[in-house]
Design a protein around this ligand. Structure first.
Ligand code: KMH
Ligand code: ZN
Length: 284
């Protein structure tokens, strides 16, 4: 499986700094403006992140898929950082599928593609197969590298179906991210993560994992132990330690980088991540 499980390799650290679920009013330190996002990206890059998973907010700090905002965000991050820029195509649970299919117009380096509908707390995160198939083919045509998001074990079957039906992504690499601990998805436990890893198809060349909320540390440790990469950030977790809120995304990246170094798999540079994922160089 290519780069899978090579314990001597470094660690791709993804930061997911904002998400679509937390309100700015409840968490003023959440980066929601473009200036805050760029500042966050720079600090997280300095702390060891090499990829940023982006959800954009509007002038009222609410989630949006506004094409101009998406484009401005990609441009600003590309101009001011070296990070691989990944746009979320998941958006918020309230975004219509048609709007989610316009995200790639902003020409990101990478995009998320969630491999199935999942329960999401009281809501449903909708991903019908024809939508996923259309999005995947769009990513191939536009030479955008997908990150396949797996919220549940059954999503591995959809990943296999997409790869077997439409072939490899642009760049020839297959990177997946286990999103564990979502209420209604696979639990954030080492056992669930291990089951997911064991089910991956042979085309997969790298994988990362994140654990929502209090599962973030055990999942990070389990992922490193199993040769995987890490995703951290305030999209997934707002608590640094019991009774101690996250003050800045860079704190979470910094701790992930420390863990990775401790495991003798130090953070990958942005260039190493570009090559790991087969990203097209769109920088001028
Ligand atoms: N906000 C969630 C409903 C993605 O970015 O692609 C979906 C999500 C996944 O965050
Ligand atoms: Zn997301």
């Amino acid at each position: 499986m290519g780069a899978m499980g090579s314990a001597d390799a470094g660690t791709l650290i993804t930061v997911a700094p904002t998400g679509a679920e937390t309100a700015k009013a409840d968490c003023p330190q959440l980066p929601t403006t473009l200036d805050e996002l760029v500042e966050t990206a720079l600090a997280c890059a300095a702390a060891g992140a090499s990829l940023i998973h982006v959800h954009v907010r509007d002038g009222d700090h609410r989630p949006t898929l506004d094409p101009a905002r998406l484009r401005d965000t990609v441009d600003a991050l590309r101009e001011q950082t070296d990070l691989v820029v990944q746009l979320s195509t998941g958006g918020s649970v309230h975004d219509p599928l048609e709007a989610r299919l316009t995200v790639l117009d902003a020409e990101p380096d990478s995009c998320s593609i969630t491999c199935g509908t999942t329960n999401f707390g009281d809501d449903v995160f909708l991903n019908p197969y024809p939508f996923m198939a259309q999005l995947y083919q769009q990513a191939q045509e536009r030479e955008v590298v997908p990150e396949f998001e797996l919220f549940d074990l059954g999503h591995v079957a959809v990943l296999r179906r997409l790869l077997d039906t439409f072939g490899l992504p642009y760049g020839g690499r297959v990177h997946v991210d286990f999103v564990t601990g979502v209420p209604g998805g696979m639990p954030g436990t080492p056992a669930a993560l291990t089951a997911g890893i064991q089910a991956l198809p042979p085309q997969v060349t790298s994988w990362s994992a994140t654990g929502i909320g209090r599962t973030h540390l055990p999942i990070a440790a389990a992922a490193l132990a199993a040769g995987g990469h890490l995703r951290v950030g305030m999209e997934d977790n707002l608590v640094y330690a019991r009774g101690r809120p996250v003050r800045h995304n860079a704190e979470l990246v910094s701790r992930a980088a420390d863990l990775a170094r401790l495991m003798q798999r130090p953070p990958l540079s942005a260039e190493q991540t570009r090559s790991l994922l087969g990203v097209k160089d769109r920088r001028r």
